[in-house]
Write a protein that binds this ligand. Structure first.
Ligand SMILES: Nc1ncnc2c1ncn2[C@@H]1O[C@H](COP(=O)(O)OP(=O)(O)OP(=O)(O)O)[C@@H](O)[C@H]1O
Length: 225
């Protein structure tokens, strides 16, 4: 079985007249070590699919297997635990906690896993150094540029040694120089063996992908690679 298998995934929002069917029978397999780019027009369901693959949202119908485990019958608690153990998330809006320093933001996921203060600090520092932020450990998010904030978010996503990183338009709020830095980091993580699933509308960045999934109107219309 593949690392991730989505079988006939359906998802809609709203009810009655206002109902929108956002995903219409998605089938997708992702192997360990792949770099998958999901592309398609605005509103075609890319983020919805990413959220379902990352267990942040549940499908109305269909099955999702991750690491040979059927996730679609799990309780919210089990899903949260599973999520924390194997995945890291990066979003266009960064979602850092403004009242915490860069170091504390990166420590947070390790705190939830019960690691000691010493270990957390040491690892958070290493991770921030690895994204070239060793001189910004005690800065708050509002004192950092967008590119720096996204690098803190990447360090945070790596805190618990994820097998897979889900990235939703990670360069969406950044200029091209900052975007390139983020893509270089994602490429290095992929080279180190981490599976990456990224939603993007920057076609240029699909060059890093080993598989390109093209969506349209809630369906996968093509898979390249
Ligand atoms: N929580 C929600 N409630 C109602 N409708 C939603 C919700 N989330 C998404 N939608 C709708 O589902 C559709 C798909 O949204 P989604 O964010 O998955 O698209 P996308 O392909 O990622 O778009 P974009 O490229 O613009 O970010 C859109 O029409 C959106 O309005």
């Amino acid at each position: 079985m593949s690392f991730i298998e989505a079988e006939n995934i359906w998802k809609s929002y709203g009810k009655g007249e206002a109902k929108t069917v956002v995903l219409k029978g998605i089938n997708l397999k992702i192997e360990e070590g792949e770099f998958v780019a999901i592309i398609g027009p605005s509103g075609c369901g890319k983020s919805t699919l990413l959220n379902i693959l990352g267990l942040l949202d549940t499908p109305d119908k269909g099955n999702l297997y991750i690491n040979n485990k059927k996730t679609t019958r799990m309780s919210e608690n089990e899903r949260a635990r599973f999520r924390r153990k194997i995945s890291g998330f990066i979003f266009q809006q960064f979602y850092l906690i403004n009242s915490l320093t860069a170091l504390e933001n990166v420590e947070l996921p390790m705190m939830l896993e019960g690691y000691s203060k010493n270990y957390r600090k040491r690892r958070a520092k290493q991770l921030l150094e690895s994204v070239d932020l060793g001189d910004r450990l005690y800065y708050y998010p509002y004192q950092l540029s967008g590119g720096q904030q996204q690098r803190v978010a990447i360090a945070r996503a790596l805190a618990n040694n994820p097998k897979i990183i889900f990235a939703d338009e990670p360069t969406g709020n950044l200029d091209s120089k900052r975007s390139q830095q983020i893509m270089d980091i994602l490429k290095n993580l992929h080279d180190e063996g981490i599976t990456i699933v990224m939603v993007t509308h920057e076609l240029e960045y699909t060059k890093y992908a080993t598989k390109i999934v093209k969506m349209k109107d809630g369906m996968i219309v093509d898979i390249l690679g």
